[in-house]
Every structure is written in C-alpha cells, then in structure tokens.
Design a protein around this ligand. Structure first.
Ligand code: SF4
Length: 329
C-alpha cells in the first residue's frame, strides 16, 4: 500500500489529502490531518476523488482511432500549423499545474497564437491592470475566523463547503456576517469580502468589488477549479475564447484539462485537440486526444486560495512534456 501526499483539484482551496494505492491497483483517499488549509477535512468531491482517478485513462487518438502517442503529437502539430492563428485558441481553465500552463502558453506563442484564455479573460480584462493583483490575492482561511465583519458578495458558500466551517466559527467568535446581492449597497470598511470569480461571474460586479473596497478591506475571490490563481498569475488570459467559440469566431482549439460543463460549445469546431487525463464527452468529440498523467501523478505546483504554491505530489512531467515536445520533438 502506498500513501501519496497530494491535494484535491476540485477547487481553489486545494485541500490536502493522501492518495492511497492498494496492492490491487485500487485508488482511494485518506485524510491528511496536517494540512492546515482544510484542517484535514474534505467535502464530498474530495472524499470521492478516488472514483475520478479510477476512471478510464484517456488514450492517444486521431479522428477517434487509437494511435501511438508520437503519431498523435505529430498530427496535432501538423493540424495546428495549418490553422489560421487569428481563428485558433488555447484554452486552459485552471485544472493544470503551473508548469503545464507555462508550457502550454509557450506552445501557443511558438505557433503565433495569441488567443489564450483561462475562461476568465472577460472578467480579468475588465479590471484595470494595476488592480488585477486583487484577483489572485491569497488570504489565510484562519483570518476569516478572526474577522470582525465578513461580506459575502454574490457568493454561495455551499459551492465551497470547506469555507462554511470557517464562517460558522467566525460567527461564533462574534463576527458580523452579511450576504450582499449583486448591485446592492454595502459598507466594506474593515471587512473580509468573499466573492467568486468564475467564468459565469459578471465582469462589472467583479470590478465594482475591487473599486469599492478601501485599504481596510481584504478581498478573497474563490475560484471553481484547482489552479485558476496560477493561470491568472502566469498571464494565461487575453481573449474571451468561450464567447468567441460560441460566435464562431474561433474555429480551432487546443484544450488543456477541460472541466465538465462546457461540452455544448465545442461541437462545431473545425479542429479540437484535447490534452486530458481521462475520457469525457469532450474527448469523445475531439479530433486529436493527448493523454496526460492523472492530477495526483503530476510533478508540478498550483497556487491555492491562501496564495501558497503547493506541490501536487506526483513525479511525472509528461503533462509538461506534451506541449513542449509538440513544438520541439
Ligand atoms: S473544498 Fe475544494 S479542494 Fe477541498 S475537497 Fe472540496 S472540492 Fe476539493
């Protein structure tokens, strides 16, 4: 039996846990009590992570037929080079390590493709450049417990169950806890402001939160995927790809570790290349699939909700090598 210290890829909290590999190859999760960000606790997604990791591993394919890995890589390069960079995009929605995102960005640059997005370009670009550091500012979760005033702005704590424990403790400690709807007035002085930055967030509301917070307030934007903080800090944004795909402006796409929930937008692309660790509805519609290691097997880091750079725990660099070797075989 092997215990691998790892983190949950289910959201930006990146709860610490152990991956337990049984002798028969089965994978399950165990609690990592020394992990301070989640104090050893996990939500249902984390507890059931073993099921996700036990899914069928993605195979290298071209036009739905299984091929060897090098053939898929060569075909990906050949087809990406044939596309018009103006109508081609690279989308990485934060389910990858910093190292993978950096390699992916580099490949886009080598191919002359400037349409890159982590799914949040629309919101990020609406915030003045000098204020964008607020979008990824890390806040130690224990500070929530010690806050005197907490504002939840357009934020549903149930989407981030581990936050609920902190809010309850804050209330027990005497904190004033207020829920504020989009556009409603509030006084943020001295408060910890918790909101969500997700692909569906209203860009105007995100900007307003930053503009209205004064120096005495702390802003925490929760994010729905493992490493959107890393993607933003690495500058993986600049073009609203989701909208451009919907409007048919983007015809070819390289998609890195897609999350569920966006399947409907990829149907009509002329070229879809997907790098992922498991089969999904999106990989089934892809022209080319490139298998990467399961998340816990990756050698790399993410930036968590507290601003810490955490190792994922694995020792495979294959997820970084795929984009690197596509361009430099
Ligand atoms: S709160 Fe987020 S990181 Fe923690 S176990 Fe749940 S999904 Fe995973």
């Amino acid at each position: 039996m092997e215990f691998i210290p790892s983190i949950c890829p289910g959201c930006c909290i990146n709860c610490g846990l152990y991956i337990v590999r049984d002798e028969d190859g089965g994978i399950r999760i165990d609690y990592r009590k020394s992990s301070s960000v989640n104090e050893g606790k996990l939500c249902r997604f984390g507890v059931e992570l073993g099921d996700l990791y036990s899914q069928e591993h993605l195979k290298a394919t071209v036009n739905g037929k299984e091929v060897d890995f090098n053939t898929a890589k060569k075909e990906a390069l050949k087809r990406l080079k044939k596309t018009d960079p103006r109508s081609t995009g690279f989308l990485a929605m934060g389910n990858s390590t910093n190292e993978e995102i950096r390699a992916f960005k580099k490949l886009a640059g080598e191919l002359g493709i400037r349409n890159i997005d982590c799914g949040l370009s629309k919101q990020i670009l609406n915030v003045p450049e000098a204020a964008r550091n607020y979008l990824t500012a890390g806040v130690p979760l224990r500070e929530i417990e010690q806050a005197e005033k907490i504002l939840l702005i357009s934020f549903n704590p149930e989407n981030y169950p581990l936050i609920i424990r902190r809010l309850l403790r804050a209330e027990r400690n005497g904190a004033e806890l207020l829920k504020v709807g989009s556009g409603e007035p509030y006084v943020g002085r001295g408060a910890i402001i918790v909101s969500e930055l997700a692909p569906t967030s209203d860009p105007a509301s995100i900007r307003q939160i930053i503009e209205e917070a004064d120096d005495t307030a702390t802003i925490l934007f929760m994010k729905p995927y493992a490493n959107l903080n890393g993607a933003i800090r690495l500058g993986f944004y600049g073009f609203d790809l989701i909208e451009a795909i919907r409007s048919d402006e983007i015809k070819s796409l390289f998609l890195l570790d897609p999350p569920p929930g966006y399947e409907d937008i990829f149907h009509d692309l002329e070229l879809l290349v997907v790098q992922s660790d498991h089969e999904s509805e999106v990989t089934e519609m892809a022209d080319i699939t490139l298998p990467s290691p399961r998340f816990f097997e990756r050698r790399g880091t993410v930036v968590n909700v507290e601003g810490d750079v955490l190792p994922v725990g694995g020792d495979s660099g294959a997820g970084v090598e795929i984009p690197s070797k596509i361009i430099f075989p």
